[in-house]
Design a protein around this ligand. Structure first.
Ligand code: SF4
Length: 233
């Protein structure tokens, strides 16, 4: 089987919806969520993408079949977000090439732990290295290589607590040239819209008065405010 035919484990495809996170927040996009992750973040809101049965629950689809489904559902949308899990686990070179041949703008969401050869073929990517509250450790070398290889990278750090905020400062200090978003951590099952907005207000105040963050965005997860912690939005 050639790489153009090799099937990819798709957990879900949905859209058009609004991108909920990072520098591309609010943009109309389709989503392709691939199975599997090399991390196991304590607060992951997509554990179904890498749970023990994730491969059994995925659908193996060839790149051409993924493009065809996107074309059928897009309704004029020409942006696609490749997400996971960690989509960088897979050989997405053929999929990205076929998407580009059909005129799609290709964006990826990853934690930046892997540097696949096709990363430079994407139009853009959001790198979301994981802060201390996740329980994960950052491979700074891989992150630096991924950012350097990507045509239009941005960084997003989820902030739940003081240690996460300090980590965001470290990320910004290491990569000051890459646009940074502080994203409010979402305590799934605990937070309400009211508590999210209250905590967002506190995070915004902190960033606004912090001279070390001269150029930063502070954002909630837009899709959670609009539609709650649901799959497929
Ligand atoms: S890297 Fe992302 S998908 Fe993987 S466990 Fe962490 S939050 Fe979940």
């Amino acid at each position: 089987m050639t790489t153009t035919e090799r099937r990819l484990p798709v957990i879900e495809m949905f859209g058009p919806t609004l991108q909920g996170e990072g520098r591309v927040i609010g943009l109309k996009t389709m989503f392709v969520r691939l199975a599997g992750c090399d991390y196991a973040c304590s607060w992951c809101d997509t554990k179904y993408a890498w749970a023990p049965d994730h491969l059994a629950k995925s659908e193996p689809l060839a790149p051409a079949a993924i493009v065809a489904r996107l074309e059928a559902a897009a309704g004029g949308c020409r942006r696609v977000t490749l997400s996971g899990g960690n989509p960088a686990l897979h050989d997405l070179g053929a999929l990205v090439a076929q998407l580009k041949a059909h005129g799609w703008h290709t964006h990826m969401e990853t934690q930046g732990s892997l540097v696949p050869p096709w990363l430079g073929d994407l139009d853009s990517a959001t790198f979301s290295p994981k802060p201390p509250s996740s329980g994960m450790a950052t491979d700074w070398t891989a992150l630096a290589q991924g950012l350097a290889r990507c045509r239009e990278p941005d960084l997003k750090v989820v902030v739940f607590d003081d240690a996460d905020y300090a980590y965001a400062l470290e990320v910004h200090g290491r990569f000051p040239q890459v646009p940074l978003t502080l994203q409010l951590g979402n305590r799934v099952g605990e937070d309400t819209t009211a508590t999210l907005l209250e905590r967002l207000d506190a995070l915004a105040d902190r960033a606004l008065s912090d001279p070390r963050l001269g150029d930063v965005r502070v954002l909630p997860q837009l899709h959670v405010l609009l539609w709650g912690n649901r799959r497929g939005v």
